[in-house]
Ligand binder design. Structure first.
Ligand code: NAI
Length: 332
């Protein structure tokens, strides 16, 4: 068993964390030989709930779990951490405008960026789940200038997993038979789930998703809208937002960042844009990436048709607007 690493989860008393903590502590992200010290951050009103979560972690008798530190102090939470799951955020309340939500949340991520800058390991890997995830990650990175921008990412893996599940069901294959579905842009309803470069294995034979589905109208309309609106569909059915699937996606994202991707397989992550595929630079934009030695690289040379390009423009524009709004809030 290797020396324990410190991992922080924020929003640790919330519903995503309730699934996520168990998955991390079971070794599903950092491996079955990697012992862990978990730092759990939440806000003072949630201290009682956080205590209950700690009791349950203890009662789960998890061999990899070395220690658990619940706290409301970011200085303690981020101290010496190698990986950070930033899940905690203010939820949207009734009557709240999108702008109000963005304003409340970017302030949280400004403060957490500064704490990461001061206390975390310089090679910390930060995954932002809390919404608006892309812009929160950008703000967090902005206030952590001593840590490379490449170390701040936003989660679009849930969207990727949702898209793969739709294709698997449509073609009638297993989820593992669907490869290289891409989420471009923002984790919002402007995201573009794209199958143009994806493949699917049918009876052991690999073919393009486009050929296997053989229904362009479905792929450009119903499929895209189903993925874009899946979060709302879960809320309407469950009366609560996606939690188990969000936790699983957070594990998938960090697992692949930590352990690397298989050659030829790519995954979608919100990462700092270098302008690839015409996306605006210096925003956190979801791209297909390949990962080697804990470093992601945007996959280059993929084909995009006019329809795809028009979708990338829309989602890029939204992210630029969010960036402007967020910057005006934090600089107030
Ligand atoms: P939740 O409301 O159950 O839990 C959020 C927790 O964060 C609460 O315990 C709250 O007290 C805590 N929190 C609030 N401010 C905090 C702060 N400053 N520091 C530390 N903790 C703080 O929400 P849930 O369902 O766990 O979702 C969390 C976030 O994840 C939401 O913003 C949600 O929109 C987002 N989300 C993102 C997805 C993605 O694909 N990127 C998918 C699903 C949810």
């Amino acid at each position: 068993m290797s020396e324990p690493i410190k991992v922080v989860v924020t929003g640790a008393a919330g519903q995503i964390a309730y699934s996520l903590l168990y998955m991390i502590a079971r070794g599903e992200v950092f491996g079955k030989d990697q012992s862990l010290i978990l730092h759990l951050l939440d806000i003072p009103p949630m201290v009682g709930v956080l205590d209950g979560v700690c009791m349950e972690l203890a009662d789960s008798a998890l061999p990899l779990l070395h220690k658990v530190f619940p706290t409301t102090d970011p200085a303690v939470a981020f101290n010496d951490v190698s990986a950070a799951f930033l899940v905690g955020a203010m939820p949207r309340r009734e009557g709240m405008e999108r702008k109000d939500l963005l304003s409340a949340n970017v302030k949280i991520f400004k403060a957490q960026g500064a704490a990461i800058n001061q206390y975390a390991k310089k090679d910390v890997k930060v995954l932002v789940v809390g919404n608006p995830a892309n812009t929160n990650a950008l703000i967090c990175s902005h206030y952590a200038p001593t840590i490379p921008k490449e170390n701040f990412t936003a989660m679009t893996r849930l969207d990727q997993n949702r898209a793969k599940a739709q294709i698997a069901a449509k073609v009638g294959v297993q989820i593992t038979d669907v490869l290289n579905v891409i989420i471009w842009g923002n984790h919002s309803s402007t995201q573009f789930p794209d199958v143009l470069n994806g493949n699917v294995k049918v009876n052991g034979v690999e073919k393009s998703i486009f050929d296997a589905v053989n229904n362009k109208a479905y792929l450009q309309n119903e499929f895209v809208e189903t993925v874009q609106k899946r979060g709302a569909a879960v809320i309407s059915a469950r009366k609560m937002s996606s939690a188990m699937s969000a936790a699983k996606a957070a594990c998938d994202h960090m697992h692949d960042w930590w352990n690397g991707t298989q050659p030829g397989n790519y995954v979608s992550m919100g990462v700092i844009s270098d302008g690839s595929y015409g996306a605006p630079k210096d925003i956190i934009f979801s791209f297909p990436v390949e990962i080697v030695n804990k470093k992601w690289k945007i996959v280059q040379g993929l084909k995009l048709d006019d329809f795809a390009n028009s979708k990338l423009v829309i989602t890029g524009k939204e992210l630029l607007e969010e960036k402007q709004e967020a910057m005006s809030v934090v600089q107030d």
